[in-house]
Design a protein around this ligand. Structure first.
Ligand SMILES: [Zn+2]
Length: 338
């Protein structure tokens, strides 16, 4: 079982376990892959462990093992894909009132194995209006044996009345050295690969973990960066063609496009960061610096963030990508590579 990074957030949660003083409702928020799920599982372990020492879960007991494999009866994961009884079409990307009704029913049954039942609601910014209202009702009198944890990428999309009822935990990027230590503790990788992963994961522990578990993902990552490079390198016509493809992919698989936009943002950040840290030997074959100044790359990050936010607010996706195509500056540097 993996060691996790023990930072301020970790300590705060563990103090509350020690004092047996925890809230019934938490919101863990921060960018995708930052480690929200992992923190929630660790917290669940320390609450449900059968032989806890001080505030640390033993990682050995039946309960710890079942939480780690996400098969514990008192740990319930919910997301927009969770089946709802009696509803066949589950294509919606929202968390719906049926999900909340199922949570209420399950929560009223009480825990099976331990003292608490823990509900992890993934991407909880996807609760629609009805579901949010039903959840607020539930919070008025939450069953004493239930703990609800919302994992949220963008907290601005959650009802303020829900936020105000929660114990909020803000997760931020880990430092490169924390990620490096984490990889040293848990994997046996050669130094060069380790550095590459630190570089690509940009402080996001869950991303570092995926790369270390499956190094072919690094190639996928680089391909995605190169797609963005080609987009920037294109003229307006070429960009508009790509815009059309992005928009039709978005209609069939929103998550894939959000992931792609996140990768592009982190690609821009890596290029900026690299400017200030020359120790890292890795070079992109297609480097945005061949096209733009650093100021322009900064500007592009803002445009990508704006694009994400428009999409999350359900603006017309074709229009959003067309605007992005026009907003992203034309290349100014001479392309030295191609
Ligand atoms: Zn245990």
């Amino acid at each position: 079982m993996k060691n996790i990074i023990k930072n301020k957030v970790f300590n705060r949660l563990h103090q509350s376990v020690k004092k047996n003083n925890f809230s019934h409702f938490y919101i863990f928020y921060g960018p995708q892959n930052i480690g929200k799920k992992r923190l929630a599982l660790d917290f669940a372990k320390s609450i449900l462990c059968n032989s806890i020492k001080d505030t640390e879960a033993c990682n050995e007991c039946d309960s710890c093992k079942k939480i780690y494999s996400e098969t514990h009866y008192d740990l319930i994961n919910v997301d927009n894909q969770t089946p709802i009884e009696g509803i066949n079409d589950n294509k919606s990307d929202q968390i719906r009132i049926g999900h909340i009704h199922e949570i209420i029913r399950n929560s009223n049954l009480g825990p099976f194995m331990g003292k608490y039942k823990i509900f992890i609601i993934n991407d909880a910014e996807n609760l629609n209006n009805e579901a949010s209202n039903a959840f607020l009702k539930l919070l008025e009198e939450p069953p004493m044996t239930s703990i609800f944890i919302f994992l949220v990428n963008d907290i601005s999309l959650v009802y303020p009345t829900i936020i105000s009822r929660a114990q909020k935990i803000n997760l931020s990027e880990n430092s490169d050295s924390e990620i490096m230590n984490y990889l040293d503790d848990n994997f046996q990788l050669d130094k060069e690969l380790e550095e590459l992963i630190v570089h690509f994961s940009s402080g996001k522990i869950e991303l570092a973990d995926s790369f270390a578990n499956d190094t072919t993902l690094i190639d996928d990552y680089v391909e995605s960066c190169e797609r963005f490079y080609d987009f920037c390198n294109g003229d307006l016509n070429q960009r508009m063609n790509i815009s059309q493809k992005l928009s039709s992919s978005f209609r069939s698989d929103r998550k894939m496009i959000y992931d792609e936009l996140n990768l592009w943002i982190s690609y821009c950040k890596i290029i900026i960061k690299k400017k200030f840290n020359k120790n890292n030997a890795f070079e992109f074959k297609k480097n945005l610096e061949n096209l733009y100044s650093l100021d322009q790359i900064n500007e592009i990050i803002l445009i990508l963030l704006k694009t994400q936010s428009y999409l999350q607010n359900n603006a017309n996706s074709r229009l959003v990508f067309d605007v992005m195509s026009i907003d992203i500056p034309e290349k100014t540097n001479h392309d030295k590579q191609l």
